[in-house]
Design a protein around this ligand. Structure first.
Ligand SMILES: O=C(CO)[C@@H](O)[C@H](O)[C@H](O)[C@H](O)COP(=O)(O)O
Length: 190
């Protein structure tokens, strides 16, 4: 088998394992929490590092703009997208609190933090989740297999059964595209 085909088989195996594990009810809980927040004008804040920073921005693009439907804009903020805040706060106070500071700025009780971390152990993500909990926000997490330390800080955990970062990120993409579709449909159709 070629290296490409081997990679594709391993990628497909992680997705298939999610079908077998059946994360439908956890996904439904995530959709319900996000729909409840957005329908009340509360924010969905999203954080992640590296590839997951790109995922956070991707999700905000789908939900502020549109995914599949013509509809109003939703209050969704990708925290890694604000370069001025990241560099000012990170430079002056350290990187670990670049997301928690923004949760403090934009969060409120009833809002949702979507925390994306393949390891579940990135300090900046853990600090954001801790800050969200102090503000009575719901923490929804996308992680790798174990969930890492983020698991204990999460109300809802969607974990991809892999320990390989790129494949976990590919699983996250499947999960959050579905999440966007469901949130949009629920908000449009009631
Ligand atoms: O995209 C990749 C690897 O596929 C990297 O940029 C990766 O996202 C970075 O190493 C992150 O810092 C990893 O953080 P996390 O997912 O463990 O929270």
């Amino acid at each position: 088998m070629s290296e490409l085909n081997d990679y594709l088989v391993r990628s497909a195996a992680a997705i298939t394992a999610m079908v077998e594990r059946d994360v439908t009810s956890e996904m439904e809980r995530a959709v319900t929490a996000i729909v409840a927040a957005l329908s009340q004008g509360k924010a969905l804040l999203i954080c992640g590092n590296g590839g997951s920073a790109s995922d956070a921005i991707h999700i905000a693009g789908e939900l502020v703009g549109r995914f599949l439907r013509e509809r109003k804009a939703y209050n969704v903020i990708a925290l890694p997208a604000n370069a001025a805040v990241l560099t000012a706060w990170g430079n002056d106070y350290g990187f670990d609190t670049v997301f928690s500071r923004q949760v403090e700025a934009h969060g409120s009780a009833g809002a949702v933090l979507l925390a994306i971390s393949t390891s579940g152990n990135s300090p900046s993500i853990l600090a954001a989740a801790e800050q969200a909990r102090t503000m009575d926000m719901t923490v929804v997490s996308l992680t790798g297999d174990t969930g890492g330390k983020l698991k204990q800080l999460s109300d809802i955990l969607l974990n991809v059964p892999s320990t390989f970062t790129p494949i976990i990120q590919q699983g996250h993409l499947c999960l959050y595209h579905h999440l966007c579709e469901m949130v949009e449909a629920r908000l449009c159709d009631g």
